[in-house]
Design a binder for this molecule. Structure first.
Ligand code: ZN
Length: 298
């Protein structure tokens, strides 16, 4: 990988005081070569930098690589021809720029197709309630998005990316849209209930908003709040207040519907009475709002 051989070195310069780094001559970014020993160095980071940050230059670079490949082929043909004393029978073809770029280029992370595939995978995890680790499965990793028989161009993201980056971003995007819908509603009523898992290790307080969006009746699960204290009326009221405040609907709450449990009655009396009517609903206990459905709706 000595300088002058690889066309990549037309766009980078090794640092004189640190042979394991190279500087981009276009934007002066310093990139690692992986080692200060030439035989252990790699230029993959440099190529990736060009493909992400300097797409025009990257296209020119690919063209130069293609030209160099063509020259290599011609040299090889001449050598073979000279050695045998006759014309080679092998038919060599020079790769076109398009062939070469299709073979080598992985879609960068900010590519629109990458975004679309990322979004589809996030939808899959959310709607089917799959663990983030689904992307670590061996069969999942074999999936070649785009074309199962074609070149692999989508680089699969880690489960950490979906868990810590894309899920919070998706939640923010959806909640902004819901907030916008809530802002246009004149009145908002809500239903609420406590759900506990069979082993009683986790409880959630649901908070579902019901409102008119023009002529359309909307029902949106606004919050599924984990309960960490005893389920007293005062505690539940504080959680409802938290949800109402988070969604900025204090002035719009119209009717709250809860089941007939004593603590649920109390929480409404403690907080919500001043702002809304509250009614009990005998069928509410049997309404099939599982936490699974609550989350699915988010
Ligand atoms: Zn650069």
């Amino acid at each position: 990988m000595s300088r002058g051989k690889n066309p990549i070195w037309q766009y980078f310069q090794k640092l004189s005081n640190n042979q394991s780094k190279a500087e981009c001559t276009e934007c002066n970014k310093i990139l690692s070569l992986g080692s200060d020993k030439p035989r252990h160095q790699t230029v993959s980071g440099l190529k990736s930098h060009l493909s992400t940050c300097h797409k025009d230059i990257y296209t020119i670079y690919l063209k130069r690589v293609a030209e160099d490949d063509g020259e290599q082929v011609n040299k090889k043909m001449k050598a073979e021809s000279g050695a045998s004393g006759s014309k080679p029978v092998t038919t060599w073809t020079q790769p076109t720029l398009q062939n070469l770029s299709e073979r080598r280029v992985e879609w960068p992370d900010d590519h629109e197709i990458t975004h679309r595939i990322d979004k589809c995978l996030m939808d899959l995890i959310i709607v089917d309630m799959l663990p983030y680790t689904v992307v670590n499965g061996p069969a999942f990793k074999r999936l070649n998005f785009g074309d199962p028989l074609g070149t692999r161009r989508y680089r699969l993201k880690s489960e950490k990316y979906f868990r810590t980056t894309l899920m919070p971003a998706t939640y923010d995007r959806v909640s902004q849209k819901v907030k916008q819908q809530l802002s246009t509603a004149a009145w908002i009523s809500f239903t609420t209930d406590v759900w506990t898992n069979p082993s009683k290790t986790c409880s959630l307080l649901s908070f579902t908003g019901h409102f008119l969006d023009g002529p359309v009746r909307r029902k949106v699960v606004l919050s599924a709040m984990p309960l960490e204290d005893d389920h007293t009326g005062v505690y539940l009221a504080s959680k409802l207040k938290e949800a109402i405040s988070k969604w900025e609907i204090e002035s719009k709450v119209h009717v709250g519907v809860r089941d007939n449990a004593a603590n649920m009655i109390c929480d409404m009396l403690t907080y919500v009475t001043s702002a809304a009517q509250h009614i009990h609903c005998s069928w509410f206990c049997t309404t099939p709002y599982s936490p699974r459905r609550l989350l699915k709706r988010l």
